[in-house]
Write a protein that binds this ligand. Structure first.
Ligand SMILES: Nc1ncnc2c1ncn2[C@@H]1O[C@H](COP(=O)(O)OP(=O)(O)O)[C@@H](O)[C@H]1O
Ligand SMILES: O=C(O)[C@H](O)[C@@H](O)[C@H](O)[C@H](O)COP(=O)(O)O
Length: 243
């Protein structure tokens, strides 16, 4: 079981859904993540069962690999890490959240169970399936007094427009861009995740890349996880994003 983490041994975001046992949740996501087992004292469950790790907890889990990033000045505004399934949203989102001391929300954890069941069965989601999910992500972004890092595929311009509108305008998108071959490899090697690799092509067909959209950075994922994270953090230091 490979685990190209930059912070080996650290706890990760916990995403528990109501009615799902920690064990079931672990099976639905990736088998190498400790998830519920590491829900720390500062973590809290939102109304719909998604755990948000507190900033204090995340700081305490920062690995030596990310500690120099404590020097990064506080970044103004929430960040959505976007892209098709398998591009690295969770891996990168968690690391960015640790670096900035923000809470991380796993967007997959906010899907209604009907969406998870559809995707698990190899059926792509429709707009109608996604709107309530995107609305919930937007709600969490707007309800948070502190900036958040959220993983969300945000495949279409209209989806991103909704998230921007709900978040109040300060949202930054990190688009993790990769070739079909690279993405297919990542999905095939991932274990215990509900999303079948067969859905990659519909994800790519649905994707409207955010090229040229405001406050958006694009990162090539055809490099090691550590390098993708470094490149993301470097791109986020662009002072132009703060305005
Ligand atoms: N840059 C990378 N190099 C190699 N493997 C990676 C990289 N980024 C992520 N992975 C692995 O690829 C798989 C998909 O990553 P994940 O973060 O779950 O993507 P997403 O959340 O976008 O579906 C996981 O097994 C993860 O460990
Ligand atoms: O909009 C969608 O079709 C879904 O949100 C999809 O893009 C998402 O990727 C899945 O939830 C799989 O989860 P991962 O993105 O973690 O692979």
């Amino acid at each position: 079981m490979s685990c190209p983490r930059i912070s080996e041994g650290s706890c990760e975001l916990v995403s528990l859904r109501q009615g799902t046992t920690p064990e079931g949740n672990r099976q639905r996501r990736t088998s190498f993540r400790s998830k519920s087992a590491c829900l720390g004292a500062g973590a809290a469950l939102s109304a719909n069962g998604v755990a948000i790790m507190s900033r204090r907890d995340e700081r305490s889990m920062a690995s030596p690999d990310t500690s120099p990033l404590d020097q990064v000045s506080k970044f103004p505004g929430s960040i959505v890490v976007m892209g098709v399934s398998g591009c690295g949203k969770t891996s990168v989102g968690e690391a960015v959240a640790r670096a900035f001391g923000y809470a991380f929300i796993e967007g997959d954890g906010l899907h209604p169970q009907t969406n998870i069941a559809k995707m698990s069965a190899g059926v792509p989601l429709t707009d109608e399936d996604r709107w309530p999910w995107l609305g919930e992500i937007g709600r969490q972004l707007s309800a948070s007094a502190e900036p958040l890092v959220v993983s969300c595929s945000a495949l279409k311009r209209s989806y991103r427009a909704l998230l921007r509108e709900r978040a109040g305008g300060d949202l930054i998108f990190v688009y993790l861009q990769g070739s079909r071959d690279v993405l297919a490899g990542r999905m095939q090697h991932r274990e215990g995740h509900f999303m079948p690799a067969s859905l990659l092509d519909t994800q790519l067909a649905t994707l409207e890349e955010p090229i040229g959209e405001p406050r958006t950075v694009v990162v090539d994922v055809d490099q090691s996880a550590a390098d993708v994270i470094k490149a993301t953090l470097a791109a986020l230091r662009d002072p132009g994003l703060s305005s």
